[in-house]
Design a protein around this ligand. Sequence first.
Ligand SMILES: [Zn+2]
Ligand SMILES: [Zn+2]
Length: 356
Amino acid sequence: MTERDPIADLRRIAFLLERANEATYRVRAFRSAAKALATLPVAEVAERARAGKLTELAGVGDVTARCVAESLAGEEPVYLRRLVATEGTDLDAEATALRTALRGDCHTHSDWSDGGSPIEEMALAAVELGHEYLVLTDHSPRLKVARGLTADRLRRQLDHVARLNEALPEGFRILTGIEVDILADGSLDQDEELLARLDVVVGSVHSGLNDDRAKMTRRMLTAVANPHLDILGHCTGRMVSSRPAGVRVTGPGDRGHRARTRAESDFDADAVFAACVAHDTAVEINSRPERQDPPKRLIRRALEAGCRFAINTDAHAPGQLDWQRFGCERAARCGVPADRVVNTWTADELVAWTAA
Ligand SMILES: [Zn+2]
Ligand SMILES: [Zn+2]
């Protein structure tokens, strides 16, 4: 076992986060934890780590406590390992390369549910962006506020999409899909027969976001194990207020999200990501500026777990289809390689994967 200094590891993480221009509060978490531990005898730090009592100290949270425990066990903390892996890489270049590698978008809405534009407008914008496909994922029936599609309306949409595809440019197609609500018991809010017919099924939690940890974990594990689910949408449900400069989130489809923030749902992320690996369900990196979901620490954990990802816009208007670059920046900061991202595949490869 190699000797490691947990305080030095925390400081190193803070330094690398600062250099990567990460949010101040995140850097402060590591600096505060380092400071709190520095005041204690080394033996007490080890004793508290063994007893799981590090988080009782002011300034030490779950994430920093995990780093300390890993460090004391002689391992390079996972958090640090990820940062070191992306150290020195040109993030702009990495993000651009990732964006260039994307061939389509797996989460978009039209005016059939709460989007602001007809499907054909969304498709034409996707063609202009250089996409080879667009997965149309309007909402499911229970999300009434978003005019979720009943089974009948979804069947009509499928016929409509088939007709549109005949008129769209060669080499581009609209793939059929849904953003299906993950219900309280983890079941999916649409007829089984329809879910089987769709090219891509994104499943998201939109209700009961404050479910307790055990309930939310069970709910998500049930959904991830459903053979129809291909992509787990915006998994924490959080809403953050910060937005990249110049981006105003307004207009149809935003349902008053604008000035609202919402904390992350509480669930056992390691268990859910392990299930995503076991069932080959991709974890969405949602590019919407007000969502930025999952947060980077969870993207890093999903990556470490071996998950696949889908970098999606969740666009509710044509111009929002260009928001993929925000998701790519976040993915690049976490060291997500292109070969773990399902929408770098061709439409045929994607559909073969979802059908498997
Ligand atoms: Zn959603
Ligand atoms: Zn959506």
